[in-house]
Every structure is written in structure tokens, then in C-alpha cells.
Design a protein around this ligand. Sequence first.
Ligand code: GDP
Length: 297
Amino acid sequence: AIPVQEDKDEDLLPRAPIVTVMGHVDHGKTSLLDRIRNADVIAGEAGGITQHIGAYSVTLENGKRITFLDTPGHEAFTAMRARGAQVTDIAIIIVAADDDVMPQTKEAIAHAQAAGVPMIFAINKVDKPTANPDKIREQLSQMNILVEEWGGKYQCQEISAKQGLYIDELLEKVLLEAELLDLKANPNKNAVGTVIESSLDKGRGYVTNMLVEAGTLKIGDIILAGRYAGRVRAMHNEHGKNLKEAGPAVPVSILGINGAPSAGDKFYIMDDEREARSIATKREQLYREQGLRTQKH
Ligand code: GDP
């Protein structure tokens, strides 16, 4: 069986918030995520090559850390939710000020609301002469979403992702929201977390990008992830830096799992490799049987 380690209150330490950016296509998600990535004060020091591992952490000038899921669109968010995984603490809903609250914006809002994830609104492209942020506020209010500056409860920030305007202000609002959530995790136990994405690399074998949610993941750990198992052979972060261990809210890319688990699969650390493999095999069998059954009907 998968060992569950209960936490005592005194074991819980503050952890970084995990944030997802959602919004309509072309409203600026990628531009914003790129901007924020460049705000990282330790990225330069690391000197490594930036790699896409499905998420990244930024350390701000005030020393605070925020982790962003950077899988574009809200597909990852939805896929993870479909598997019962809830990794996001805060959603940034981005809306272009020269456009409208669009169907995908509404979908993103509905997803965040259904998941009970607090939202912060980023009204983007305010550098454009045709930008009309008040129109966006108005359209949001028609959905019963009242922003703070209109007396409501939702934090909202005008930004220009392209020109890098008011990004710090937006991140401050994320930190404020995170403070209210009082996010904590126990770093001193076996790691648990969620798979963000995985793939087969010709040279390196299966590469699994995941987010540690609690505990500390270490090289050599016996890991069970969805229908697959293995041992953590190597681990690196989004700067390509090799890691020996990774604590709560740290995104990592690892080698050593014997297959490609799905986005949203949970991972656990086991004591016994044979048991990990046996659970993985049973899950794989069940998965195939269910697959066959759904094909028949
Ligand atoms: P995504 O589809 O939501 O990821 O949107 P992108 O980040 O790819 O942006 C779509 C387009 O809008 C690109 O051509 C960006 O250069 C442009 N864009 C994004 N943010 C801004 C902004 O703040 N101002 C202006 N003028 N253009 C922007």
C-alpha cells in the first residue's frame, strides 16, 4: 500500500504559491509568462540554459518565491482537474484591453470558480491606443465579478506584458493573495506531488516533469507515478541545473520512471521498489481492461 504520512501542525512550513495563467488565445498568456520568467533574480546567477519543464519558479527582489505553471492555455489545468488533481492555488485571468471578455475567458473563469481557486484579473495590452480597461471591468461586472477598484473583492491589475509595464504590481497582488491563503507544507517527509507532463526522449529515456507539493524529492527515491514506477536517477530544474533534492512547490524534470504518466497523475515515494512496480503493473492492467471494455461498447 502507498504509505500516507500525516503532518503535525509544527511540521508545516510556509511554501510558495502555485499560479496558473489562463485566458483567451492571443490575450497575452505567453508574453506574460515570459515577462515573469525574466523577473527572476536568481535565473541570471544560475547561468544555465532555460528549459521548458512545464512550470518554473521565480524569486522576486524581496526574496519571495512564486511558482508558475507554464503549460499554455488551460488544457493542463483542465486535464489535471479531470484527474482530481488540484495543483493551482491562484489563477491569473488575463484579458486583452483592446478586446472583450471572450468565450475562453469565461471558460477559464468557470474552471477557476468550479475549483474554488481565487482569481486575480490582469487587464493586458494597456499600451495600445485602442485599450479600454473599463470596458473589460464592465463586462466582468456583468458576470457578477466586481473588481476591487469598483468596490468588489477581486484584485485586478492593468499591465502591458509586451512592454513589461506593471508586472511587479501584478506579482505583489499574487503575493498578497497567497498570504491570505496561508500556504504551508511539510518539507521533512517523502515527497508527494503531481505530474505536469511527460515524454520519451531518444537519448535519455522517459522524462517526467512534475511539481513537488509536499515533502522533499531526492535522487535515488523509489517513485510510483500513475501507472509507472522507477527510481529517481537524475533531476534538474528549469535552469538546467542538476538537483540532489527538491522541496515543496519546486518544479523538477526527472529521469528514471519506466513510462510516461499522464498530466495530473499523483506521484508517491515508496520504500520497496518491487512493491512500487507491482502497484504500477496492476494499474496498467486495470487501465488496459477498462480501455478494452470501453472499446467494445
Ligand atoms: P497567448 O495566445 O495568450 O499566449 O498570447 P501571446 O502572449 O502569444 O500574445 C498574442 C499577441 O499579442 C502577440 O503578438 C503579442 O506580442 C501581443 N501582445 C501580448 N501582450 C501585449 C501587450 O501588452 N501589448 C501589446 N501591444 N501587444 C501584446
